[in-house]
Design a protein. Structure first.
Length: 139
């Protein structure tokens, strides 16, 4: 049995004919095509995620050079800078906390990997940063 409905989409009217379909498969007519059941498994391809860098696979930080060259401090993950713990001119050692980045509602303290003096701070509180974005320069 089919029924006709009037449907309005974005201000335009359409006449739509809808046919009632019985859910019991034993009532199918012989001339009807067989259709897949709604709960039939559908195979989808999902992209494989790239491996996560962890402390075991991370290469060691380069040794500080004695020629006074600049070293970039990179944001290890994307997020929002919520605190900067140092100022220009401060001396830092490996492990000293430089800043705090909030990512996914978690506060992540960013430690220094180098010994040096803070030369430039490239971000401010409230700035959004990307992973591997330079946030500070040490001399």
């Amino acid at each position: 049995m089919s029924r006709i409905f009037k449907v309005k989409v974005n201000g335009k009217s359409y006449d739509v004919e809808v046919e009632e379909v019985e859910s019991n498969s034993s009532n199918k007519k012989p001339d009807q095509e067989s259709k897949p059941e709604p709960n039939q498994e559908v195979k989808k391809t999902v992209p494989t995620p790239s491996p996560i860098r962890n402390e075991e696979t991370k290469e060691p930080a380069p040794a500080p050079s004695s020629d006074g060259s600049e070293k970039e401090v990179l944001a290890p993950l994307p997020g929002v800078v919520i605190d900067i713990k140092v100022r220009v001119g401060d001396k830092v050692n490996p492990g000293d906390k430089l800043m705090v980045i909030e990512a996914m509602k978690m506060e992540n303290e960013i430690p220094s990997e180098f010994t040096g003096v803070v030369d430039k701070i490239l971000v401010s509180k409230g700035d959004n940063v990307d992973g591997d974005e330079p946030v500070m320069i040490l001399k």
